[in-house]
Design a protein. Structure first.
Lengths: 199, 180
């Protein structure tokens, strides 16, 4: 279920808190903010610090290696020429679940221009997640650096999730054209999340 | 649906805040010999049928045409489905106004290296000629083949078994359009 309201509320709060500046506003005494925080800074497995909204914009239950897992789409955010997708995985059962290859596209990417004997970068990233711009009929793949490493969380073979210990993951894509406000998000094993709003 | 200015402002404010927080949190703490490499990021955008992938890079635009859509197995003759993909490449080249374009053929590792090198060269030549026909007195086109030596994916899975998906990614013709 998409929760655009939550996202718009968060954006609205940012306008109120971050875009002041007039004289009248400087004199104004702000009442104590008793609202719960709307975002939290967290660290992804690759050490990237990301600020994520507390409330997901969409979620779906699925399974990894037969274990029940919940996947939440936290944010699809445009920033200049790139956009970043942030998701959260958590276990629904009593046991820990290894993320492993569940979100990978199943292909070991090579370093472009390298010799065939160079070691590949594995198949435990989240590069299987793609974005679809239905308006322009385009598929957006995870970005890669010039060494072939995806601009996303990888090495997920060592990551386990449980009900108490979710993991937040992030991937970078090209930004769609300015007039595209929502994209479909395809997640291996979890299907297609339709019309996910871009913030 | 279009975004309102206030939402845009909020998004920019949020992005700026998040970037500042990230920068502060990730301030380097390593010793004087530490290096902080900055690598170019390739952000691929693909047609829904996966036949054409465009990557806007810092120095050029790279178009990757899936060889399986352009050619039949082991053939260097353009098939019926090649036309629209060639047209798309032509449009991209015209858009950039590039004065030189490089066409590079690649194969997977089935067969001998020598045969693959020859096949990749012939395929690059055919694509170059198709582009030249449509571009007329446009940019200078050059064609080369790399055979199986420049894979973008592993031809085998980690357990050593065959990876058809990886091999399909390696069978490709790249069109490199330098940015002026």
């Amino acid at each position: 279920v998409l929760k655009r309201g939550a996202l718009l509320a968060m954006l609205g709060a940012a306008v109120v808190l971050g875009c002041g500046g007039g004289d009248d506003e400087k004199k104004q005494t702000k009442p104590a903010d008793t609202r719960a925080p709307t975002a939290t800074t967290t660290t992804t497995p690759s050490g990237q610090k990301v600020e994520v909204p507390d409330e997901a914009i969409a979620s779906r239950d699925g399974s990894i290696s037969g274990n029940a897992v919940k996947l939440e789409l936290l944010q699809l955010k445009r920033s200049g020429e790139t956009s970043a997708l942030t998701i959260r995985l958590s276990g629904l059962g009593s046991s820990e679940v290894q993320v492993g290859e569940a979100l990978d596209d199943g292909v070991e990417q090579k370093v472009e221009g390298s010799d065939v004997s160079d070691s590949p970068v594995g198949i435990t990233s989240m590069d299987g997640i793609t974005l679809i711009d239905t308006q322009n009929r385009k598929r957006y793949l995870v970005g890669r650096d010039s060494k072939g490493i995806c601009a996303c969380d990888n090495g997920l073979g060592g990551n386990f999730v449980s009900a108490d210990a979710p993991v937040v993951l992030s991937a970078t894509y090209a930004a769609p054209p300015d007039d595209v406000d929502a994209m479909d998000v395809l997640v291996p094993g979890f299907g297609t999340f339709k019309d996910v709003p871009i913030s | 649906m279009s975004r309102s200015p206030s939402v845009l402002l909020a998004a920019v404010a949020l992005a700026a805040g998040a970037l500042a927080a990230t920068a502060a949190a990730q301030a380097p703490t390593a010793g004087p010999d530490a290096t902080y490499p900055v690598l170019d990021l390739e952000l691929p955008v693909q047609s829904l049928d996966r036949s054409v992938t465009t990557a806007d890079r810092s120095r050029d635009v790279k178009l990757t045409l899936a060889a399986d859509v352009l050619f039949a197995f082991n053939s260097a003759k353009l098939g019926a489905k090649a036309g629209p993909r060639i047209d798309q490449a032509v449009a991209e080249i015209k858009k950039t106004g590039a004065r030189s374009v490089q066409v590079v053929g690649h194969t997977d590792n089935k067969g001998t290296p020598g045969l693959n090198l020859g096949l990749s060269r012939r395929r690059a030549d055919v694509v170059e000629r198709a582009l030249a026909k449509k571009l007329g007195n446009g940019p200078k086109l050059t064609a080369t083949g790399k055979g199986e030596t420049r894979p973008v994916a592993a031809n085998e899975k980690p357990d050593g078994s065959d990876s058809p998906k990886g091999r399909a990614l390696n069978r490709r013709v790249e069109i490199l359009i330098p940015k002026s």
